[in-house]
Write a protein that binds this ligand. Structure first.
Ligand SMILES: Cc1cc2nc3c(=O)[nH]c(=O)nc-3n(C[C@H](O)[C@H](O)[C@H](O)COP(=O)(O)OP(=O)(O)OC[C@H]3O[C@@H](n4cnc5c(N)ncnc54)[C@H](O)[C@@H]3O)c2cc1C
Length: 436
């Protein structure tokens, strides 16, 4: 790692390890690090355990890289720089701890199973070398374990979770962290590695800026995909380009419906931490006997937006082209895959994970299991969205459909892959049989 050489190795330094918190303001861990320490170096590690699964031009990698360039620019004002490294984080920290005199390492907590295991291993590695790794709570308002039922058990239903969350909320919980002591960054000069030298290339798909002004009409407009009336906050919350406290303090009194959605996000993260087996298993094991049909041609048609159901196809084509899909349409496409085609929710979940710019394990898994009827607080299995009546309700003038399926209504558009009534009956009988 050539880049190491640019740092003065004789001085004792501390590191702040950026992961899903790519910002300087309202960053819990960074705030504390800069308060306690006067020699902080910001470091980001491209981890092949994650990036090897992605194409070189993955839009999320481009977004991360562009955010890192921004951060580096901000650091320059304080004669500091960002350290960008690449490799298995355990190996990287081993090397860092052998190369530098490290006082302390700071970061924010990440609750995904891979991250929890990684951080545990790194904590042990650093402890063996006499270095403390301190992780702060930043990504959520309340951590898993802080919102429990009267019996001290995790909630598995959203509404009581939400009620407890709201009753526990004090203004201090969403007070953004004040501007940190930026002059406490370690002073050094360095060039960042190029995206190409890291083995990636620039994506043409871009993460959109978020739109907080949409919160004013969120309640009445958010269900209509043609209106672009949601906030586009997904990727920003995922990669931490906005702090959750700052977001809530700016929006709290504008829309209870919007706040509810942010609570859904926390709910699913709590579920993932308390029930990590949901990653591969049905939350409700009584659905383990569903005989998924898993027809590969039908899956292919679904992925490519060629099912003959225009709202489903519009959603899949929007996803494939932009990395976004409207929430209502996510519910319809996911329900269609699981119920109409009887394809295992894990197939759809994996496809969304590959494509969504806001892909977040907890939310994706929670929502897919919700759509399949196998999850905590899921839609009951007999609630089967009719994609035609959904279109009549939420895209009645076909505005969204025309945007993504221009050949709809012409002979080039494929016939319905399966008849709705038939598929509905088939799903009902399959689910019923599974839970007998
Ligand atoms: C099958 C399926 C898969 C999904 N996969 C993901 C995913 O991988 N990552 C993800 O962040 N969201 C996921 N969602 C939830 C939701 O669709 C997206 O959060 C939302 O569409 C993102 O757009 P937005 O930021 O404009 O949302 P807005 O409507 O403006 O909402 C603001 C924020 O609230 C949170 N939020 C909203 N709805 C939900 C929800 N149902 N569950 C959890 N959090 C929510 C998100 O953080 C979102 O960014 C999924 C939903 C479904 C039905």
């Amino acid at each position: 790692m050539e880049y190491f050489k640019q740092l003065d190795v004789k001085t004792e330094v501390s590191f702040f390890w950026l992961r899903r918190d790519l910002r300087i303001d309202d960053n819990a861990g960074l705030h504390h690090a800069l308060k306690e320490d006067k020699t902080i170096i910001l470091v980001f590690i491209f981890d092949p355990n994650i990036t090897d699964e992605l194409p070189a031009n993955d839009a999320r990698i481009t977004f991360i890289y562009e955010r890192l360039l921004d951060l580096n620019q901000q650091l320059k004002e304080f004669q500091s720089a960002l350290l960008i490294l690449q490799g298995d984080p355990l190996e990287v920290w081993k090397l860092l701890s052998e190369t530098y005199k490290i006082k302390k390492v700071y970061c924010n907590k990440d609750y995904e199973p891979y991250a929890l295991k990684r951080d545990q291993q790194i904590k042990h590695l650093l402890i063996d070398k006499g270095i403390e790794l301190t992780c702060f709570q930043d990504h959520l308002i309340f951590e898993p374990g802080e919102i429990l039922s009267q019996n001290n058990e995790p909630y598995t239903v959203y509404t009581p979770f939400k009620n407890k969350w709201l009753s526990n909320l004090n203004s201090i919980d969403f007070k953004p962290y004040s501007n940190p002591q930026l002059s406490n960054f370690h002073k050094f000069n360095a060039e960042l590695p190029s995206l190409k030298s890291l083995g990636f290339s620039t994506s043409l798909i871009k993460v959109k800026d978020y739109k907080l002004m949409n919160i004013n009409n969120y309640h009445s407009k958010r269900d209509y995909p043609a209106l672009n009336a949601t906030t586009n906050l997904g990727p920003h919350l995922r990669f931490g380009t906005i702090g959750i406290r700052k977001l809530i303090s700016e929006t709290k009194n504008q829309s209870p419906t919007f706040l509810n959605e942010l609570i859904w996000r926390e709910f699913f993260i709590h579920i993932l931490v308390h029930f990590p087996n949901v990653v591969s298993d049905n939350f409700r094991r009584k659905y383990d006997n569903i005989q998924w049909r898993n027809n590969e041609q039908e899956f292919e048609a679904w992925c490519n937006g060629k099912t003959g159901y225009p709202l489903v196809d519009a959603g899949m084509r929007e996803l494939n082209t932009t990395g976004y899909m409207h929430n209502r349409v996510r519910m319809i496409t996911a329900g269609f895959l699981c119920k109409h085609l009887l394809i295992d929710w894990r197939w759809g979940e994996a496809y969304f994970a590959k494509k969504l710019l806001d892909y977040e394990l907890a939310s994706n898994n929670g929502n897919w299991q919700w759509a399949a009827g196998t999850g905590c607080d899921a839609a009951p299995y007999f609630r089967i969205f009719n994609p035609i009546t959904q279109q009549q309700k939420f895209d009645k003038n076909f505005d969204y459909i025309k945007r993504w399926v221009p050949e709809f209504g012409t002979p080039d558009y494929p016939p319905e892959i399966v008849e709705h009534k038939f598929a509905r009956e088939r799903a009902l009988s399959m689910y019923k049989k599974a839970i007998l």
